[in-house]
Design a protein around this ligand. Structure first.
Ligand code: LLP
Length: 435
């Protein structure tokens, strides 16, 4: 059951195993809730993108979108796998620098980059800034002029596509806070400004149409629309892009109803489209950049919880409550996201019924999973919720003053804690007394 939908094994004790380590043992050593990653899956996810581009013989950068899960250890692993990095804030950039990530492979995103963020990026000579709006161009121009420096930039555009996904994670449509509109003249205006500034190397276009995509159509359409603009700029102004960045959004499996495409399929189809469009407008094939976040971290991570109270409402539903919830996984409450799970200590037992898994926050909406088939549940059982590796830890919060869980990496039978559990001292360390 587990191996069909989620890439984890059951060991001889009948326990769930992560990276060759017994999950029940991990829960007892590090406590719960606990985020656990199988590092070999992170590596394999990176490789399926990087390797496919290599096989196709095209120039490419696969930038891990670190918003999905940004910690020093994670960024070190993706760096080891030859990835580039997408950061969207000073905090993510700071983490990357602390992880020793090569600056030339870092790309900065964001729809409201501050003067400080842009200055930090320029001071560190990062690989590229993905420019989002006219205010940002003003700021970049000013910083470069004052510091007498140069920078590579891409222009983020909204190609006017409604990706087939949740409204909150759809970004390429016209009515979006991100980027320059490709069709109403704004992208052209930005093009002139970026090209005419001697401190700016304008490398090409970026678009990201949305997240958790299960088909290539939207991305292929975006590529087509970007090339129409590039064709205009090539014909009228002789511009040839060095880079085309098609963003991230490659879907992963949360439940058995999700049928993600192979990452290699995205890479092959996008590459074929870029080659075809480049040749039809008579320009060299630009370097192709993509930015997978969820596809790298999502299915590699799971969360372990301890079961506590239980409530049976005859004829209605059986609830079990765990020791975490919307503080460590906001996605069910925010997007009605669905998950699957097993009892890590009873992983080989058949289901005895269904239960609904409640978090312990003071909010009725704090439900992690509705109607999950499980063996008979008892207090202190360890519930493992799958596919929490992306946007779990990174969207964790402190509602009800719950501390953020620890993170453990497991690989080849060895576990290592890579983020300490927050303490209550950590929680109040910025509070200042008013007495
Ligand atoms: N590149 C850009 C410009 C993005 O805006 C995003 C995601 C990505 C790459 C990475 O997308 P991914 O490959 O991870 O789908 N918190 C939401 C997801 C928000 C995604 C925002 N942008 C969630 O939990 O589903």
């Amino acid at each position: 059951m587990i191996t069909d939908n989620h890439p984890f094994n059951i060991n001889k004790a009948g326990h769930l195993e992560v990276g060759g380590v017994d999950a029940v043992q991990l829960a007892s050593t590090y406590g719960t809730p606990l985020y656990v990653y199988d590092v070999s899956i992170i590596r394999e996810n990176c490789r399926s993108f990087v390797r496919t581009f290599q096989e196709l013989g095209v120039r490419a950068q696969v930038a891990y979108a670190s918003k999905a899960f940004s910690t020093i250890a994670m960024l070190q692993v993706v760096n080891q796998e030859g990835m580039s990095l997408d950061v969207v804030s000073q905090g993510e950039l700071y983490t990357a620098l602390k992880a020793g990530f090569p600056v030339s492979k870092i790309h900065l995103h964001g729809n409201n980059k501050s003067l400080e963020e842009l200055t930090m990026a320029i001071d560190h000579d990062i690989g590229c800034i993905v420019v989002d709006n006219f205010h940002e161009i003003d700021l970049i121009e000013r910083i470069l002029e004052n510091k007498n420096k140069t920078i590579h930039v891409l222009m983020r555009v909204t190609p006017g596509i409604e990706a087939n996904t949740h409204q909150y994670i759809m970004t390429g449509n016209d009515d979006s806070k991100f980027g320059f509109n490709l069709n109403n003249g704004q992208a052209d205006q930005a093009f002139f400004r970026l090209r005419n500034n001697r401190n700016i190397y304008f490398k090409g276009l970026h678009s990201h149409i949305g997240s958790q995509l299960f088909e290539t159509e939207g991305l292929l359409l975006a590529a087509k629309l970007l090339f129409q603009k590039l064709d205009d700029w090539h014909t009228e102004y002789g511009f040839t892009p060095d880079v085309l960045n098609l963003g991230g959004g490659f879907g992963v499996r949360y439940t058995e109803r999700d049928e993600p495409l192979l990452y290699a399929t995205f890479v092959r189809e996008l590459t074929a489209a870029v080659k075809e469009h480049a040749s039809s407008i008579g320009i060299p094939i630009p370097e192709i950049w993509i930015e997978p976040g969820r596809a790298i971290a999502g299915n590699a991570g799971l969360t372990l919880y301890k079961v506590g109270s239980m409530k049976e409402i005859p004829g209605v539903r059986n609830y079990i409550s765990v020791d975490g919830g919307m503080t460590d996984n906001l996605r069910p409450a925010l997007y009605q996201a669905e998950y699957e799970g097993v009892l890590a200590n009873k992983a080989s037992l058949p289901a005895a019924g269904t239960v609904s898994v409640a978090g312990k926050c003071c909010e009725s909406g704090d439900m992690l999973i509705w109607d999950l088939p499980l063996p008979e549940v008892e207090p202190n059982d360890i519930l493992a919720v799958f596919s929490t590796g992306a946007y779990g830890y990174s969207m964790a919060n402190h509602y009800n003053r719950f501390s953020n869980p620890a993170v453990v990496f497991a690989e080849n039978g060895t576990a290592k804690q890579v983020v300490r559990r927050e303490t209550y001292q950590d929680m109040v360390k910025n509070d200042i007394s008013y007495e």
